[in-house]
Design a protein around this ligand. Structure first.
Ligand SMILES: NC(=O)c1ccc[n+]([C@@H]2O[C@H](COP(=O)([O-])OP(=O)(O)OC[C@H]3O[C@@H](n4cnc5c(N)ncnc54)[C@H](OP(=O)(O)O)[C@@H]3O)[C@@H](O)[C@H]2O)c1
Length: 253
C-alpha cells in the first residue's frame, strides 16, 4: 500500500499540526485525502495547496455532521481505505479544578471523537480489502502526567479502544493501531508553552526547555515523524502490525 494511488484516506484534525503533515504525506504518495476539522479556512488552504486533498469541515463530536461529511467524501473519492483519527485538544488544569464539563468535553473530542471517526469510516470500508484505522493518541495514553488527568484518561481510552478493535477485526483485512507521540512541535504545543508562561511566570525559553527535556533525546517530535509512521502503517510491510500503541517519544517511559 506504500504506493497509494487508488486509496482514499480520511484524516481528522487535518487543518494544522500533525493532521496537516499526515494529509500532505498521504497525498504526496498518490492517495486522495478527505481533510476534516471544524474550521473551514485551514482545510481549504490545504486543499488549494494539493489537488488530491478535499476540505470537508465537520466536528468529530457531532456524529450526524461527521457522517454527512464522510458521505460527501465517498461520493467524490469512493469508499475509504485509510482512516486517521487525529483530531484532539488538550487543556490542562489541576484535578480539583477539572470540573465535570471540562472532563466530559475532553473525553468527547479525544475519545468519543476517535470512536465516531473509526465507526463512521469503518462502516463504509470494503472490509475484505486491506484497510487501516489509525488513531493519533499520545504518550499520555501510555503513562500519567500531572495537570492533564482528563486528557490522560481520554488517551488511555483511545489505546484501549484500538487494542480491542484490533482483536475484533483481526480476521478482516483491516488493521487498527495507535501512534503515541511525545511533545510535538505543533500549535497545540505552542499553546501549552504559552499556558506555562502565563500560569507560572517562567520565561518562554524555560517553559520550552521543561517540555523538551521530558523527551530523553532532548528534542520535540516533528509532525513529519508522525506522518511517516502513518505512511509505514499503511504499507504492506505493516500488514501484521495491529493492536499496537507505537511510542514516538525518544524513549520516554
Ligand atoms: N502536540 C503535541 O505535543 C502532541 C503530543 C501527543 C499527541 N498529540 C495529539 O496529536 C493530535 C494532533 O494534535 P496537534 O498537536 O497537531 O495539535 P493541533 O495543531 O491543535 O491540531 C488539532 C486539530 O484537531 C482539530 N480539532 C479539534 N477539535 C476538533 C473537533 N471537535 N472536530 C474536528 N476537528 C477538531 C483542530 O482543528 P479545528 O479547531 O479547526 O477543529 C486542529 O486542526 C491530537 O490528537 C493530539 O492530542 C499532540
Amino acid at each position: 500500500m506504500t504506493e497509494m494511488m487508488g486509496h482514499h484516506a480520511i484524516v481528522t484534525g487535518a487543518g494544522s499540526g500533525a493532521g496537516e503533515a499526515i494529509a500532505l504525506s498521504l497525498a504526496a504518495r498518490g492517495a486522495r485525502v478527505t481533510a476534516i476539522g471544524r474550521r473551514a479556512a485551514p482545510l481549504e488552504a490545504l486543499a488549494e495547496a494539493n489537488d488530491r486533498i478535499v476540505a470537508m469541515p465537520a466536528d468529530v463530536t457531532n456524529r450526524e455532521e461527521l457522517d454527512a461529511a464522510i458521505a460527501r467524501a465517498i461520493e467524490r473519492n469512493g469508499a475509504p481505505t485509510i482512516v486517521v483519527a487525529n483530531a484532539g485538544s488538550a487543556e490542562s488544569a489541576p484535578f480539583l479544578r477539572t470540573d465535570v464539563d471540562l472532563f466530559r468535553s475532553t473525553l468527547d473530542v479525544n475519545l468519543t471523537g476517535v470512536f465516531n471517526t473509526f465507526q463512521a469510516g469503518f462502516s463504509k470500508m470494503n472490509q475484505t480489502q486491506p484497510g487501516r484505522l489509525i488513531a493519533i493518541a499520545s504518550t499520555a495514553g501510555l503513562k500519567g502526567y500531572g495537570y492533564v488527568s482528563a486528557y490522560c484518561a481520554a488517551k488511555h481510552g483511545v489505546v484501549g479502544l484500538v487494542r480491542s478493535l484490533a482483536q475484533e477485526l483481526a480476521r478482516t483485512g483491516v488493521t487498527v493501531n495507535a501512534i503515541c507521540p511525545g511533545f510535538t512541535e505543533t500549535p497545540m504545543l505552542w499553546r501549552s508553552i504559552d499556558n506555562i508562561v502565563e500560569k507560572t511566570g517562567r520565561s518562554r525559553e524555560e517553559a520550552e526547555a521543561s517540555l523538551r527535556n521530558v523527551n530523553p533525546q532532548g528534542r520535540f517530535i516533528q509532525p513529519d515523524e508522525i506522518a511517516e509512521t502513518v505512511v509505514w502503517l499503511c504499507s504492506d510491510a505493516a500488514a501484521s502490525v495491529t493492536g499496537q500503541a507505537i511510542s514516538l517519544s525518544g524513549g520516554e517511559t
